[in-house]
Design a protein around this ligand. Sequence first.
Ligand code: ASN
Length: 165
Amino acid sequence: MDTMDDLLIVTTGGTIDKIYFDAKSDYQVGDPQIGRILSALGVAFRFHVIPLLRKDSLFIDGSDRELMRATIAAQAERCVLVTHGTDSMVETAKVLRTIPDKTIVLTGALNPARFEGSDAEFNIGCAVGAVQSLPPGAYIAMNGRIWDPAKVRKNVEANRFEAAG
Ligand SMILES: NC(=O)C[C@H](N)C(=O)O
């Protein structure tokens, strides 16, 4: 196993970072939450956060994915965690797996990290474990499992990831 002294984190938005405004029945994608969560946990590795995008992943397009690919490829770290909305996480993972020599794990949350009972911290924990244990490639950490992007889909009705293909 490679030692993970330095972790690159790229944040792209998604529900994990959302703030809801009940009175307006509206939301904004707020500040990335992952740095705050990892600092509060006292993790024993260095991390560097690049806040790249603040989008619901339904609105992430090909040029956003190219920006993610180029940004990650240009960094020195071999272990990379990407926070991303769940709706198009699989599509992005399929683009990011073309980056050689890096282990890239995408995760997000079905409920905002700012909400009590959110799956955000659990998912980040799974992703941190996976990113320092797996060989180079791109993976998805959701619902307590590590998925090959070619073999998973989000079941939108059930609001969970499940095996596919
Ligand atoms: N849970 C989520 O992140 C869903 C959201 N629509 C997104 O894909 O950004």
